[in-house]
Ligand binder design. Structure first.
Ligand code: SF4
Length: 361
């Protein structure tokens, strides 16, 4: 896996904090109708790579291309790819013998690779490299015989995949309230890791309580909550106290999108809702509202945000103020298996077609 491009600015968890100072030109008491538009928002590097992977695979191999689980947790992305010939399945066994299957951005447990091999499937692994990083950490600490406390949500695909790397070493910790139940073999040899899309604040509270219980608790080698999750939460924190209503574009099964609504409400937004599409906005939400905050989860194409802005503009919210919390420029190379096949077909131009198929951007 090659990574290229760097974050111009990516705050670490320690540097993230809310602000209660008024943003320039955003005094809620005197403002006319306006929209605060978060940046960054929408697609992260891992989602972009996963979606382009399916698009390229459809172009290259022709439909159908099978995808295990939703490639990313966004209804619009999934239905659009289905129309182009992607078939989404829940389990590897649903894929016909010898067919091509793509693994989603959330990652898979090693057993899934074995299942695919047994069925002679051609696999393309679109696991986000930042999820793969957590898998590697889990393997490494397990091989050093640590107890690993994985902070995350039970049943989430990413947690299932990471846990599958070392099930006998990993204990799931779902929230601060679950810390009391946690038992380890040796409190001198324990480390915490986390799902990439959690609330930074809640995770830090869970870690604080874990450390009270296990003072020798080790931190991960680097932040597991990814840059995209952190940056989107940071932007929301900077806007929330100025907003009467926060609209987060994203799907209900998108962990990072759900967290954005929670973060907004925790940091001062009077009301907040998650919508997949603009037509899900209830006009009643706008009653008495002068400032609407708008953002989107890391799996959301920008076109859906534009629809929301249009909906709001038609109702008088046509003054859009960008709130920029960080600059992002990270880009991941496509999966090696796909790049190899693209190169075989397109020769030296394979890398140049990295972004020419973006109907979902
Ligand atoms: S949210 Fe973070 S971990 Fe998940 S796909 Fe995006 S960059 Fe990767």
């Amino acid at each position: 896996m090659q990574e290229f491009g760097l974050l111009a600015h990516s705050p670490t968890m320690e540097h993230m904090s809310s602000t209660t100072e008024s943003l320039p030109g955003t005094d809620r008491s005197t403002a006319s109708k306006r929209v605060l538009l978060a940046a960054p928002r929408g697609y992260c590097a891992g989602v972009d790579r996963a979606v382009v992977t399916v698009e390229k695979a459809l172009d290259l191999y022709g439909p159908p291309v099978y995808v295990r689980k939703e490639i990313v947790h966004n209804k619009h992305v999934v239905t659009t790819l289905e129309k182009r010939g992607a078939i989404f399945v829940d389990e590897t066994q649903e894929v016909p013998h010898g067919a091509t299957v793509i693994f989603s951005a959330h990652g898979v447990a090693p057993i899934v690779h074995e299942e695919a091999k047994a069925l002679s499937l051609k696999t393309i692994d679109a696991t986000c490299p930042l999820v793969t990083k957590v898998h590697r950490e889990a393997k490494r600490f397990a091989s050093d015989d640590y107890d690993i406390l994985l902070i995350g949500h039970e049943g989430h695909e990413e947690v299932v995949g990471t846990s599958g790397e070392a099930p006998e070493h990993i204990t799931l910790v779902q929230s601060p309230d679950h810390v009391d139940e946690v038992e380890v073999r040796d409190p001198e040899k324990v480390v915490w890791l986390s799902q990439t899309t959690l609330s930074v604040d809640e995770t830090m509270e869970t870690v604080r309580r874990l450390r009270e219980k296990f003072p020798k608790l080790q931190d991960p080698p680097s932040d597991d909550i990814c840059y995209a999750t952190q940056n989107r939460q940071l932007a929301v924190k900077q806007m929330a106290h100025e907003t009467d209503l926060m609209i987060v574009v994203g799907s209900r099964n998108s962990s990072n999108s759900v967290r954005l609504v929670e973060v907004a409400l925790e940091h001062g937004a009077r009301d907040g809702h998650l919508v997949d599409y603009a037509d899900e906005i209830d006009e009643a939400w706008l009653t008495g509202v002068t400032t609407v905050g708008v953002t989107s989860g890391a799996s959301v194409p920008e076109i859906l945000v534009r629809d929301v802005l249009e909906f709001l503009a038609e109702r008088g919210f046509d003054d859009v103020v960008p709130i920029v919390a960080a600059e992002e420029s990270l880009l991941f190379a496509l999966p090696n298996e796909l790049r190899r096949d693209l190169k075989a077909k397109n020769g030296a131009n394979a890398d140049k077609v990295r972004h020419d198929a973006g109907s979902l951007h």
